[in-house]
Ligand binder design. Structure first.
Ligand code: SMG
Ligand code: MG
Length: 369
């Protein structure tokens, strides 16, 4: 594949409401977009790094720099041998930066698939034409607000609810939501690594509430801690931040650190590695679901395609556009009976709306080739 231009663009899209986690509060989605132009098609990648390095070490400005200075020269050096499969091996000597690498690979893959007339879903191996959707609910200042928020999402049709938790905001909100909405609500929690090894007994206090899972209670590098915790709590442990590769997923499962995996393509370096994480989990009988990073319609299109693979048996954080934005970059993703349709057009199957792009762009720069 011959690349004739690469553009790095920053967009800032206001969120419909602030999103608070154990590590901070987001009020806008500040996204880095990669646009790759080839003679046959153009491709879009979305980098999921946030504006500050709080969820993980990566951050949007850093991703932009590393793409420009270290990643683009490596894929250009491939010449005609460049295709999506060749991207990760060509970038392997650069340490870390999976979100930056994943964004570049996504753009190359989108261009390749658009040129070939193949959708992301078909390429990745989707076996469904729509996916079950959950919603991630930020930490709220008071329980009344939390119950109203959950009530609104259930009215929208979401098939499961995930509550963000942190020490001091855990048992009480879970109890309140369970009491108000009953035992049939599919409910899970996400701590974003806010607890420590000494918190096992406390987290076991969540067991009576019949949660589907506890996501990432401990530090990303604490695999043994999660394995010990799994002996103390009855609620299944799901890992998010800890899982950075297919090999790491296999190790965590073997060590008993998790029995469910949240897959985010950006966290593992792209959709090809995400598919490998799916495959190692499937081979071990471990269910997976698709995580979210407040993506625009571009990243959402790819996530929905990924979530249509067979071992994505739990609802994902693949919510509708309206959960995040009054106006998305693409035509909005709209829930139909708690599900989102997998796009069927070539590549991502969605295009950025030029007016929305113009309205939200804060900076756009060509990369010198
Ligand atoms: O995209 O709906 C979404 C957000 C889902 O909770 C979500 N993501 O740890 O799983 C997670 C968080 C990380 C992003 S916080 C900005
Ligand atoms: Mg998480």
């Amino acid at each position: 594949m011959k690349i004739t231009a690469i553009e790095l663009r920053r967009v800032e899209i206001p969120l419909v409401s602030p999103f608070r986690t154990s590590f901070g509060t987001d009020t806008v989605r500040d996204a880095l977009l990669v646009r790759v132009v080839t003679p046959d098609a153009e491709g879009w990648g979305e980098c999921v790094a946030d504006r500050a390095p709080l969820y993980s070490a990566e951050w949007a400005d850093g991703a932009e720099q590393v793409i420009r200075r270290f990643l683009v020269p490596r894929i250009l050096a491939l010449g005609d041998a460049l295709d999506a499969e060749a991207v990760a091996p060509a970038l392997a000597d650069v340490e870390g930066h999976p979100m930056a690498k994943g964004a570049l690979e996504m753009a190359v893959l989108d261009a390749e698939l658009r040129a070939a007339g193949v959708s992301f879903g078909t390429f990745l191996g989707a076996t469904r034409d729509a996916v079950d959707c959950g919603v991630s609910v930020g930490i709220q200042d008071d329980l009344g607000r939390l119950l109203d928020t959950v009530d609104g999402y259930l009215a929208d049709g979401y098939r499961r609810v995930k509550l963000k938790i942190e020490p001091g905001n855990d048992i009480a909100p879970v109890r309140a939501v369970r009491e108000r909405f009953g035992d049939d609500l599919v409910l899970q929690v996400d701590a974003n690594a806010a607890y420590g090894r000494a918190d096992g007994e406390h987290l076991a206090g969540l067991d009576p509430f019949g949660l589907l899972l506890i996501e990432q209670p401990l530090a990303p590098d604490d695999i043994v801690g999660h394995a010990r915790l799994a002996q103390v709590v009855r609620t299944p442990i799901c890992l998010d931040e800890s899982i950075v590769s297919a090999r790491g997923a296999a190790d965590a499962i073997e060590l008993g650190a998790c029995s469910i995996v949240n897959i985010k393509a950006g966290r593992v370096g792209g959709y090809l590695e995400a598919r490998r994480v799916h495959d190692v989990c499937a081979a071990r009988g471990v269910p997976v679901w698709c995580g979210g990073m407040l993506e625009t319609g571009l990243g959402r299109a790819a996530n929905v395609a990924l979530a249509a693979l067979p071992n994505f048996t739990l609802p994902g954080d693949t919510s509708a556009s309206a959960r995040y934005f009054a106006r998305d970059l693409t035509a909005p993703f709209v829930l139909d009976d708690g599900r989102l349709a997998v796009p069927t057009g070539p590549g991502l199957g969605v295009d950025p709306d030029p007016d929305a792009l113009a309205a939200f762009t804060t900076r756009v720069e060509a990369v010198e080739l």
